[in-house]
Design a protein around this ligand. Structure first.
Ligand code: FRU
Length: 465
């Protein structure tokens, strides 16, 4: 393996350059990932393409950079990459069924009408809002809540985040839930008119505690011609989105692939998938902060959306995950591979499968700050080493080893999107790792590649907001 000393020596040899973003008042704020102008954001909601525009709604607290008082923020885009902020779409109605918060949900276009299905609290109920074509006017359905309580006899720890789809001329809904003292589950409802719903049975359930005690934010979609894709955000022993591919028959989902983590970085959560204008299955996920609440509040913002990722069916029955190809429009000048530096970059590196390799990011000239991605060919793992990511000990600084799905016949292909405090890593179109880093020094812009790359390309990235 490459020794730490070797890496530090190389980092030290890099020339000191001008500080990146020296005039920027907030060097940690991402520039090409979506986030609201200020305050707290969590789950993506209501993703939909309608009348030539994409709409991204999101869980939003308009009053502070911490979770609370859930509204739906709103942005629109022509390409899923450049977003325009729009006024807040949905706010809790005092005294109403969503008086304590407008929680997560989806948006589908049925009979030409964009229709939002979401959870109001408290208690948790499922509700419908219809929209005009521009999704600027929102009308609460007079019959809300359309599902006023959990199924009779069920003692639940959660009952939220509806995902709706069409099955022939009928409608189906999966609701995220947890059984008291039991496991996570997605409850299946059916409807002939999308306003009146009947509970059937679980669409799928956790096989054990390890699969999660509550399943939040279910996503259920066809994948290719034969398969279906189920993704749930599991809370329990770990908090992570799990997904499976499998079959859907008699209103039940049967997994046919091993459970897969949609992202291995420990942040990415509550993703939402939808079908884009080209009928690709595209997914966004929430990436929270890795620093203290006090620092979030001082910064005035918290939470970022991942880049749009395209999901596909792999030939082995698993899942492929790639960044949306059109993201290349964000590429600015291509950088000399011998001299890559910056805090807003895309880097692509390919390495022989059998040799050690590493990539360090956001390194200072003396190596006192740097984040290292370290590939171990024997174990086929990638270690994300943030122990020196920041001199600020109040930020997350750990080491996480991620197993890669990497057959011996393939070379290692790393695509890294660095956006100041956010790093998204895509490995061979199958493994994603999103993480957060908060370097303190203005010269923490060095990139080093160790090993024998057979390809190395890097671009400065333009701002998207
Ligand atoms: C997931 C979640 C959802 C809920 C929303 C509330 O992060 O807990 O289950 O609807 O966030 O903000």
């Amino acid at each position: 393996m490459i020794s730490r000393r070797e890496l530090l020596a190389l980092a030290a040899a890099a020339p000191l350059t001008a500080a990146a973003g020296a005039e920027d008042p907030d060097p940690h704020r991402p520039r090409y990932h979506f986030l609201p102008p200020r305050n707290w954001m969590n789950d993506p909601n209501g993703l939909v393409w309608h009348e030539g525009k994409y709409h991204l709604f999101y869980q939003y607290n308009p009053n502070a950079a911490i979770w609370g008082d859930m509204h739906w923020g709103h942005a629109e885009s022509a390409d899923l990459i450049h977003w325009k902020h729009l006024p807040i779409a949905l706010a809790p109605v005092p005294g109403g069924y969503d008086k304590d918060g407008v929680f997560s949900g989806c948006c589908r276009v049925y009979d030409g009408v964009p229709t939002i299905f979401y959870t109001g609290v408290s208690p948790e109920t499922q509700n419908i809002i219809t929209c005009n074509g521009a999704l600027t006017e929102f009308k609460r359905y007079a019959g809300n809540p359309v599902i006023a309580r959990p199924p009779a006899g069920m003692d639940l720890t959660a009952f939220r985040d509806p995902c709706v789809w069409r099955d022939g001329s009928e409608y189906r809904m999966a609701i995220g839930a947890g059984l008291k003292g039991g496991n996570g589950t997605a409850l299946l409802y059916t409807s002939t008119d999308r306003f009146h719903w009947t509970y059937r049975h679980p669409l799928a359930s956790a096989a054990g505690r390890d699969d999660g005690e509550i399943w939040e934010c279910p996503n259920f979609f066809p994948l290719g011609r034969q398969k279906w894709f189920l993704c749930v955000s599991s809370t329990g022993p770990i908090r992570v989105p799990f997904c499976w591919t499998g079959s859907y028959r008699d209103l039940r989902f049967s997994p046919e692939s091993p459970r897969q983590k949609l992202d291995h970085g420990g942040y990415y959560y509550a993703p939402q998938a939808f079908e884009d204008a080209r009928r690709r299955l595209v997914i966004f996920g929430w990436i929270p902060e890795g620093r203290t609440k006090a620092e979030q509040v001082a910064a005035g913002w918290a939470g970022v959306q991942s880049l749009p990722r395209v999901l596909g069916a792999a030939s082995d029955g698993g899942l492929t995950i790639e960044p949306l190809p059109e993201l290349s429009v964000l590429r600015g000048p291509q950088l000399d591979p011998k001299n890559i530096r910056g805090d807003s970059l895309e880097v692509f590196a390919e390495f022989p499968r059998k040799r050690p390799a590493a990539l360090s990011l956001r390194g200072t000239h003396d190596g006192s700050e740097q984040t290292i991605l370290d590939f171990a060919p024997g174990a086929a793992t990638l270690t994300v080493d943030r122990q020196r990511a920041s001199l600020n000990s109040g930020t997350d600084r750990d080491r996480r080893t991620v197993p890669l799905d990497l057959p011996a016949s393939e070379s290692l292909r790393l695509r890294v999107f660095l956006d100041r405090s956010l790093v998204e890593i895509y490995v061979n179109g199958r493994t994603c790792i999103s993480t957060r880093i908060y370097p303190t020094r203005a010269d923490a812009i060095g990139v080093k590649v160790l090993g024998e790359p057979t390809a190395l390309e890097a671009w400065e990235m333009r701002s998207a907001l």
